[in-house]
Design a binder for this molecule. Sequence first.
Ligand code: ATP
Ligand code: MG
Length: 412
Amino acid sequence: MFESVCLVHYHEIGLKGKNRSTFENQLVINLKRALRAFPVAGVSRISGYIVVETEDHRATKELQAAISQVPGVARVSRAYRCGLDQEEFFSAAVRALEEVASFTTFKVHARRSATNFPIHSIELNRMVGSVLCEHFPDKKVAMHAPDATVVVHVIQGSTYVYADSIVGVGGLPVGTAGKVVSLLSSGIDSPVATWMVGRRGATVIPVHFSGRPMTADTSEYLCQDIISTLEGAGIIGRLYVVPFGERQREISLTVPQSLRIIMYRRVMYQVSERIAQIEGASALVTGESLGQVASQTLDNIAAVNEAVTIPILRPLIGSDKQEIIARAQAIGTFDISAQAADDCCTLFMPRRPETHARMREVLSAWNSFDHEAMVDDLVAQVEYRDFNQCPSYRPPKELSRFHKELLPRETA
Ligand code: ATP
Ligand code: MG
């Protein structure tokens, strides 16, 4: 029996020069956290890779799939780890190829990272290739686009042999790109935007504005489900929920109907900016995509942006709905988002929202109610729940003492 391990490949990290070891160490920490449910015996760095070992020396498909979800992972291979003895890695190669479900053509790709290994990779290719040809007489070698590739890689006194390799989500390890506050509705777009900045290494703090007490709290629970679905990616520290229904009603009674949404949004952005200050986060994130709905025209984006100074990241601004839906399906949030729930955005909606807001009118509506007191009041009423997905997250001391903890969703 050979010991099987998961060999984790990352490429972008390799490009980061001096930061390289910081990135690698963070990825090791994140993998340990993400794989809590598996019998992992060790996660360690070996030149250019990370190796995940299990207690029973068996790397399963499930483990491989879980690793592939972690930002920073470019590829994961289920590899047999052998010594430098030829007979050993020859039979590992036979075994690896036997496990490929169906193939007619194959090739061998041999490499050596250990320069003291006496056999050159061209020779190694030939040797392993001829062993495999003997064992699989009805299969053909194809150097171009083979159905299966058996990789034999000599690294630091061990040989790693594999044919089963899957693509990971890529990106950078969470915790290496700072912290952001993401405006999370229970809709399709913002969970995708949240995941995308997380994949680029940001620690994400979602903020959800609910219509409570004017609506049910369904959207709050859908947001919690969305965050739980992102568990495997390990990007979320804490969720903030802001009950916004009462204040929306106030706004809807004071400002011109067509400008309501812009006013709601300006308040939402200011509250989020304040949460970002408390959290030490350096940007807001939204799921807007240009022109998708009335509120997402350039004029309206400008009318809302003007309320804050913090940078706003819009990772989906150039995406089409179909692309966003495909991504939502891939990360598992689509089915949750497809469930109907009133959030604050469906409450007190105007019949004809402004699509090209003029700043003068926006500011005049904005100054017609005491927005400063409103924002202070909303920040004071923020509720939160910790998700502990992301090992680099440290909660701020400032809020936790007097704010209400949001109850976890009850399982029905
Ligand atoms: P989504 O699919 O993310 O709900 P949308 O297509 O409904 O977006 P809008 O309603 O214009 O579009 O919302 C634009 C962005 O504003 C959202 O992607 C999200 O980042 C933020 N947002 C909207 N509603 C809320 C909310 N209730 N709580 C927090 N953020 C929100
Ligand atoms: Mg929405």
